[in-house]
Design a binder for this molecule. Sequence first.
Ligand SMILES: Cc1ncc(COP(=O)(O)O)c(C=O)c1O
Length: 457
Amino acid sequence: MNYGLIMTEQALGDDARLPQRRNLVTEIPGPASRELLARRERAVARGVSHVLPVFVTDAGGGVIVDADGNSLIDFGSGIAVVSVGNAAPRVTARVTEQVARFTHTCFMVTPYEGYVEVCEELGRRTPGPHEKRSALFNSGAEAVENAVKIARHATRRQAIVVFDHAYHGRTNLTMALTAKNMPYKDKFGPFAGEIYRMPMAYPLRWPGGREACAANALDTVKSLIHTQVGEDNVAAVLIEPIQGEGGFVVPPDGFLPGLAEFCREHGIVFIADEIQTGFCRTGDWFACEHEGVVPDLVTTAKGIAGGLPLAGVTGRAEIMDSVHAGGLGGTYGGNPVACAAALGAIETMAAEDLAGRARRIGEIMFPRLYGLAEKYPVIADVRGRGAMLAIELTRPGTLDPDPATTTAVVRACHQAGLVALTCGTFGNVIRFLPPLVIGEDLLDEGLSILEDAFAAV
Ligand SMILES: Cc1ncc(COP(=O)(O)O)c(C=O)c1O
């Protein structure tokens, strides 16, 4: 499909509410945000941090407006959530209609159609033509916890295999599944048991380099599972098809299909955590599709509902239905307003081919990021897929992480009105997650701000 130059007004259709341009009228943060920040410090727990202390009053398309009237370019999407844009017209319309009718009955008490419709969509859109069932929850962590519960119940096994650099959430079980200590796990233990961590196929950092990674990573993992856990003890292998918080690590081709096949051979449930990669972010509805991988269970959240809290576990009917009635659920899981939002978000993704948009964003961003890497040897790697892209910063000529330059570049972006995020086990990765509806003019401008930031630091 030929998209041509998508200017933002077109990208948003007739419903554009906010001028789609960067406009700074104060320093960042301005006086109104600073006042709110002082209030925040007196009322909100310190453990809940923020990236950029501007207080938001409005957001839509590719911009975020703050309390001082500054308009910033959004390259974060609230951490890969508002892929359809903030307050997307179809989401707003469905939510408004639903909220005026009823807001909660609890699906486990008296069900409603919206929940069923979301599960039907999940069954249709997730990889594989097999019969599926879904269950809905409130957050990504809750979805991952439930996927683990389901896999253990279905297999009557206990061991869960996870990977270095993995991020699966902040609840007790998902902290144990997550790799990075600070800030996610430090002094929050004791953690859940029967979790086994394997090396991740991380091309930049695999001993011996990229080719060795492609050649050896799968065999290494299989051998470690065999010798240290025993295939017959493993309930599930849980993996993000492209790691999110851990640094946007893309495994080499063949790693995920090989892992899925290994699981099939040994009766292990293969769980793809698509919470960050899902819903068109990587240029397909789900990142597993890129290599034709069909997981047994898929966890979803973030992009599913245009910003409202909703998450899901979707998978093979026989695995999902192995759990007894009442074994899954929660008071708010699949709340009717969140389900209405999800139906609006999914409708938007299909109608506006947001998977195609994600691919187009990748086509625009990759050459600019490669150009930066050529100019600045501090950039050791450019990676990602579709609209989930990152650069990793190291001391030139080494693999030593450079979190100081990373932070300095991102701060300079913030000062210039670009919301950019970091990630990575070593805090040395800058990640880009623009809303998929962002206009190409804003995308270009955001990339220019990034280039200026590198020139300045
Ligand atoms: C891959 C992955 N899994 C799980 C989670 C946890 O989701 P939540 O923050 O909604 O609990 C995240 C959040 O960043 C994630 O990226």
